[in-house]
Design a protein around this ligand. Structure first.
Ligand SMILES: C[S@@+](CC[C@H](N)C(=O)[O-])C[C@H]1O[C@@H](n2cnc3c(N)ncnc32)[C@H](O)[C@@H]1O
Length: 198
């Protein structure tokens, strides 16, 4: 049985996989930030067997992730490791792709900044950062449901919020990451894909 099972992951894993197939088709070594239940790690690594996938989680969610992966993951999913984006030291094993889903609106703005800084440090030149989740554009939500979701998020935790695309793109650009694709996904989510140019 999957601990912390996510219905959303079941719904979004095929649309995300379609995009990943276009970008992660070259035996990439992927670091995933905030793997949650591990459903994405299991699905993507199974469907793209050439990938090497490193799942990570913060300490409080590491054990459930580990137990799920032990049951369901194939050999191209590495043993999960602890990673809090504010950690000084990140796993650094020649990653040429970083993937994270539904994390930027959960963590605080300061942690979002740590995340981009950390990615900038460990991602290899020409490597890709792939981020899935909801965003605002020029101050506007992309749907009424995202506006309601943002209200709900901020009521639950005032430091959470749907982030502005322009803000995260600036953080990316500061790390030498150039936006290569911004794809509208089902349920008013986006896939943002940057390539490291330095
Ligand atoms: C909404 S869940 C998304 C999980 C999974 N990626 C998905 O799409 O279902 C947000 C994840 O961010 C992780 N997270 C929270 N704070 C974090 C931090 N400071 N550093 C890294 N991950 C963090 C949580 O543990 C949680 O698994």
């Amino acid at each position: 049985m999957i601990v912390n099972f996510s219905e959303a992951c079941e719904r979004n894993k095929e649309p995300i996989l379609k995009i990943l197939r276009q970008h992660l088709n070259n035996g990439q070594n992927v670091l995933e930030i905030g793997s949650g239940s591990g459903q994405h790690a299991v699905h993507f690594a199974t469907k793209i067997p050439t990938l090497s996938w490193q799942p990570t989680e913060i300490s409080e969610n590491l054990q459930s992730l580990q137990s799920n992966l032990e049951q369901y993951a194939g050999s191209n999913v590495k043993h999960p490791v602890e990673l809090n984006v504010c950690d000084e030291l990140w796993p650094d094993c020649g990653f040429n792709a970083v993937y994270t889903a539904n994390t930027l609106h959960i963590i605080s703005e300061l942690l979002v900044e740590y995340l981009f800084r950390g990615v900038g440090k460990i991602l290899e030149k020409e490597g890709m950062l792939i981020v899935y989740g909801p965003f605002r554009y020029q101050g506007e939500y992309t749907s009424e449901s995202n506006a309601r979701f943002d209200q709900w998020l901020q009521k639950r935790d005032p430091l959470s919020a749907i982030r502005s695309f322009e803000y995260v793109n600036k953080l990316a650009s500061d790390q030498g990451l150039k936006l290569v694709q911004d794809i509208l996904m089902p349920a008013n989510n986006q896939m943002l894909i940057w390539r490291k140019t330095i």
